[in-house]
Design a binder for this molecule. Sequence first.
Ligand SMILES: NC(=O)C1=CN([C@@H]2O[C@H](COP(=O)(O)OP(=O)(O)OC[C@H]3O[C@@H](n4cnc5c(N)ncnc54)[C@H](O)[C@@H]3O)[C@@H](O)[C@H]2O)[C@H](O)CC1
Ligand SMILES: [K+]
Length: 206
Amino acid sequence: MSLLREEMFEIDRRATEIHKIRPILLMENVALGIFNEINKYDSYTIVCGNGNNGGDGVALARHLLIDKRDVDIFIMGEPQSEELIENLEILRTFTNNIYKLNEEEDLVKLVDSLEVNEVTVDCIFGIGLCRDVRGIFEKVIEEINRHSNYIISIDIPSGVEANTGEVLNTSVIANETMTVYEIKKGMVDNELCGKVTTIYLGVPGL
Ligand SMILES: NC(=O)C1=CN([C@@H]2O[C@H](COP(=O)(O)OP(=O)(O)OC[C@H]3O[C@@H](n4cnc5c(N)ncnc54)[C@H](O)[C@@H]3O)[C@@H](O)[C@H]2O)[C@H](O)CC1
Ligand SMILES: [K+]
């Protein structure tokens, strides 16, 4: 089975509106599920966008830090999602290794981190990707592909359109993808995803 973006958002909406499960709880379920799958490495570079995909990464970063791993966190753009903002506030009590990633000059620190750390976690865009990837986002994705030792994407490789699998100008090429609840249509037979693992979300289906 595979899902359209709209079906995933509907599952999410029902969980929140009918079952009163707050979005921050869903994000925590996802983060813990991914933590349990990937915590075998010592060091991580986590590259976050400004939506909920980024929020998953920030919540994951907290669990890795509590588990004594080395973690650098990069945040792109101005945080928009409430759950990302809340998780960032929590994360700041655990680490100072949180870096802005908005200008070309910020790429130096990113490349250094990608090369030093064992794993890159890609949480720039999930199913909310809605236009071509350009500018600093394009550059960051190119650096991730060029300099990472091993890439794990959260939900879907950033740059891949969730319904069609089309690459919107450029995309992360993942070794593995930890996808939320169920694979998305655009991930079916898509080599950009690498090995795919489904993460428990804790909500009923449609
Ligand atoms: N029930 C669930 O499915 C859950 C999913 N989670 C995670 O949340 C993301 C979807 O989050 P959303 O906030 O809707 O979207 P994104 O984070 O993917 O991105 C939105 C963000 O990015 C901007 N944007 C979109 N395209 C571009 C572009 N080409 N260039 C620049 N910026 C772009 C957009 O404007 C927004 O600001 C899902 O994938 C899961 O990972 C929850 O954590 C748990 C519940
Ligand atoms: K992603």
